[in-house]
Design a protein around this ligand. Structure first.
Ligand SMILES: Nc1ncnc2c1ncn2[C@@H]1O[C@H](COP(=O)(O)OP(=O)(O)O)[C@@H](O)[C@H]1O
Ligand SMILES: CC(=O)OP(=O)(O)O
Ligand SMILES: [Mg+2]
Length: 395
């Protein structure tokens, strides 16, 4: 039996589960992933480097994140019967003001995290369901919560403030930012791609089903596009991104919509899905000739460029751009359009490198290096979990 750390990363459209050796959590021993949640979920696993075949998830488990997590844990037990799960680490989207670093899960911690569920309703309940599912299956093992918000907690205060009355900021109505585990990973490997330039002014574009931008200086987050919740910022699969709050008031006051209806509209019926009327998945829109699909993509790119410009202004220039996550890693067309919009910064693309998904996709004459880096939230969680659980056994 090999002692392993189990990692659970629940996103809005995917659940990724992975195992790592407890002593040297560098490469995963096994990975299982469900993609396309909310549409037709498919499952793929890999042991070592070779991916296994894709398969549909049995329909009785495809109802939602909770049953899918249970199904994934069962797949792990069947596919890797000789592994002994000794600890588990979880992505938890919202850590509020209190959690600026990973934390061992205790009853009190869990209670606090449940209290933040209203601020991340499309994620936090699923993240906590993962913790519960692991506790039900392996009741004795320590569990660690790793937060999407933690990486941004060191931002300057002005970047975290809304222009709201002070008492609200004092109570924690702040811009928290998300996708921090992904940004933490990218920041950790940046020198491998950019050398000493990595310490300069970098924007990372995490473009997945949920999407955000992060401005890094000295590999620390100084500003990001998401705010109090993961609704803010870029156009996303189903989320509206930045919105005049007057629209919310209009829907409630003049349209007579209920709170729940407005919540559903902004979180599940907007974004690429709402504008296209076709799909929340960028792949479907890129394949479509429908003018509404084209407009949704145009808006995605337009908003991303506007917000990128704002981050470049805060950084006072740009020394490098990184694309990551589902769209960022896999869509040459979206990368092409975004880099074309940065010609004013001297950015130009190497079309062949971009089409091939090379790690450096800028042309040799580009003033701005542009890279594609596959993110590794699971690896970050595994290493935090090993460190914290080992510290616990030593103390
Ligand atoms: N080849 C591709 N071209 C365009 N978009 C893609 C491609 N592959 C994946 N995507 C997009 O990536 C999204 C999923 O991103 P991912 O980061 O894996 O998910 P999550 O945000 O749930 O963690 C999908 O919704 C899809 O729009
Ligand atoms: C915070 C967030 O938007 O996460 P995801 O991209 O997994 O939906
Ligand atoms: Mg994700």
């Amino acid at each position: 039996m090999t002692d392993v750390v189990l990692v659970v990363n629940t996103g809005s459209s995917s659940i990724k589960v992975a195992t790592y050796a407890l002593v040297d959590p560098e490469e995963p021993l096994w990975k299982g992933e469900i993609d396309g949640i909310g549409r037709t979920p498919t499952y793929e696993s890999r042991s070592g480097k070779a991916p296994g075949p894709q398969q549909a998830v049995p329909s009785e488990f495809a109802r939602g994140h909770r049953s899918l997590i249970h199904w994934l844990l069962e797949r792990l037990r069947q596919e890797q019967p000789t592994l002994k799960v000794a600890a588990a680490g979880h992505r938890v989207v919202h850590g509020g003001r209190r959690f600026s670093a990973p934390a061992l899960v205790t009853e009190t911690v869990l209670e606090e995290l449940h209290g933040l569920s209203a601020l991340a309703p499309s994620h936090q309940p699923h993240n906590l369901a993962g913790i519960q599912a692991v506790a039900d299956t392996w009741p004795e093992i320590p569990q660690v919560a790793c937060f999407d918000t933690a990486f941004h907690r060191s931002q300057p205060r002005v970047a975290q403030l809304f222009a709201l009355p002070r008492w609200l900021s004092d109570e924690g109505v702040l811009r928290y930012g998300f996708h921090g585990l992904s940004y933490e990973y990218i920041a950790s490997v940046l020198p491998d791609y950019l050398g000493t330039r990595a310490e300069g002014r970098i924007v990372v574009a995490h473009l997945g089903h949920g999407a955000s931008l992060c401005a890094l200086r000295d590999r620390h987050s100084i500003a990001t596009s998401m705010g109090f919740t993961a609704l803010d910022g870029l156009v996303m699969g189903k989320r509206c991104g930045a919105l005049d709050p007057g629209v919310v008031l209009h829907l409630l006051r003049d349209r007579g919509m209920s709170m729940q209806q407005v919540d559903a509209l902004l979180s599940h019926e907007s974004g690429l899905l709402g504008v296209s009327g076709i799909s929340d998945d960028m792949r479907d829109l890129l394949e479509s000739d429908d003018p509404h699909a084209r407009e949704a993509i145009e808006l995605f790119v337009y908003r991303a460029l506007s917000q990128l410009g704002a981050l470049v202004a805060q950084l006072g220039g740009l020394d490098g751009l990184v694309f990551t996550a589902g769209i960022g890693e896999h869509s040459p067309e979206i990368r092409r359009r975004l880099v074309a919009g940065l010609a004013w910064l001297g950015a130009s693309l190497d079309p062949a490198a971009n089409a091939a998904g090379a790690s450096c996709i800028s042309s040799p004459t580009s003033a701005l290096p542009v890279h594609v880096i596959a993110t590794d939230e699971e690896g970050v969680i595994a290493r935090h979990t090993c460190r914290l659980t080992q510290a616990m056994t030593l103390s």
